[in-house]
Design a protein around this ligand. Structure first.
Ligand code: CMC
Length: 376
């Protein structure tokens, strides 16, 4: 007798509707609320894109000013959360720090248990506003540097870089960073977003949903890949060694980080924009050697496997050039994707059904307990 059809990894399964973003793998396109992501990345700020994802429309100047005012007013970490971060060992992964910080922020949030749409929107903006401080603090403490306080005269992207590096960033770097934030912000029912929706579906709170999502994003098959790309580059060394390294890695059945995608099989819609941004950074920092390595591995991977890069492939080296330490890359992804996660939390809550699938049991048949019981 045939059992039920099982779709491992829910591959190809449509689990719900969403109005937030549309991924079309046939045309390699990604729309945020109907707008092509590459157009948003080229012509809109991350603040505007965040508003769009949450509210469904681009903001009017007044709406944008209001959201920016709230964001700038909530950039500083509450003292107790700052202290909690400082108590974590620097041997732990930075994703553990950001995950813990979000959980702590939830515990201290007076509206934590209020799931009205107004409270959810307010919590989403405040969480988005404060995460750069958590990530920047973690980067600095790991380098033994003093904490840099946020500034409210800078944009989101400028202030993030300011708090991380303690100096006013150059416009070219701000632009590159902002493009990456826009590209990472949302991507339909990926593993971490689905996690956030599963948690929300039990009527749990927004911070719990985002904390769980961070856990899902940490893995190298998802967000952790952007860090893993730099580890790969470090292992390879120089462009001339890329093809031989790849042959050996594939012979050992290794997954090549930053390549492949569950949905896109003919290329990731976000890669051309991020690649152009990486090219700009390479020119800005005079690091053609890094781009040569990037291209050499991509060419070899295309020749051997015809598997194309995903967004993490250009994002990893871009963050490296900006000056972030490799383990900080996935927390940067968190700081952006928190917008998408919280938009999905609100969408899930607005039309909720408990997410509770079934499984096909393959364990032992029913049997009797041995008698007498085994005694020690
Ligand atoms: N390196 C080597 N082989 C690969 C890779 C890769 N990166 N990706 C896919 N393949 C092979 C895979 O081994 C399989 O071969 P075979 O049919 O011979 O067993 C075939 O291609 C199909 O792959 P799959 O693993 O069944 O596909 P999937 O849809 O389950 O996996 C993926 C998607 C992203 C998990 C996978 O491509 C992967 O592990 N990539 C590396 C990690 C990575 O870059 N993740 C970032 C994903 S996108 C951005 C993000 O979410 O952060």
């Amino acid at each position: 007798t045939e059992g039920p059809e099982i779709r491992k990894g829910l591959a190809g399964v449509v689990v719900d509707v969403t109005a937030i973003s549309k991924v079309n793998p046939d045309t390699n396109s990604l729309l945020y609320r109907g707008y092509p992501v590459q157009d948003l990345a080229a012509r809109r700020s991350f603040e505007e894109v965040a508003y769009l994802l949450w509210h469904g429309e681009l903001p009017t100047p007044e709406q944008l000013a209001e959201q920016i005012a709230v964001e700038r007013a909530h950039r500083a970490l509450p003292g107790n959360v700052r202290n909690a971060i400082l108590e974590l060992p620097t041997t732990c992964h930075p994703m553990d720090v950001v995950r813990t910080a979000i959980s702590q922020l939830g515990a201290h949030d007076p509206d934590a248990e209020d799931s009205s749409p107004e409270a959810e929107q307010s919590k989403a903006v405040r969480l988005w506003a404060v995460l750069p401080a958590a990530v920047a603090l973690d980067q600095r403490r790991r380098r033994g540097q003093q904490i840099v306080e946020p500034r409210d005269d800078l944009t989101y992207a400028e202030n993030f870089l300011w708090m991380t590096f303690g100096e006013e960033p150059e416009p070219a770097v701000v632009r590159a960073f902002e493009v990456s934030m826009v590209l990472y912000a949302e991507h339909s029912f990926n593993a971490s977003t689905f996690t956030a929706r599963v948690i929300t579906s039990t009527l749990s709170d927004l911070h719990s949903a985002v904390t769980g999502a961070v856990g899902a994003l940490k893995g190298p098959l998802h967000g952790g890949a952007n860090e893993a790309v730099m580890a790969t580059f470090a292992e390879i060394g120089t462009a001339d060694r890329a093809a031989a390294w790849l042959d050996d890695a594939l012979a050992h059945k290794r997954k090549i980080m930053g390549f492949g995608h569950r949905v896109y099989k003919h290329g990731d819609s976000r890669v051309p924009t991020m690649r152009a941004t990486l090219d700009d950074l390479v020119a800005h920092y005079g690091r053609q050697d890094l781009l040569d390595l990037y291209v050499a591995l991509e060419v070899a991977m295309t020749e051997r496997k015809n598997i194309l890069p995903n967004l993490d492939y250009p994002a990893g080296p871009a963050y490296h050039l900006m000056g972030f330490d490799t383990p900080m890359f996935t927390p940067l992804f968190v700081a952006s994707r928190v917008v998408g996660w919280t938009a999905h939390v609100m969408e899930q809550r607005a039309a909720n059904a408990l997410i509770r699938p079934l499984s096909e049991y393959v364990g032992p048949h029913q049997r009797d307990l041995p008698c007498p019981p085994a005694s020690a």
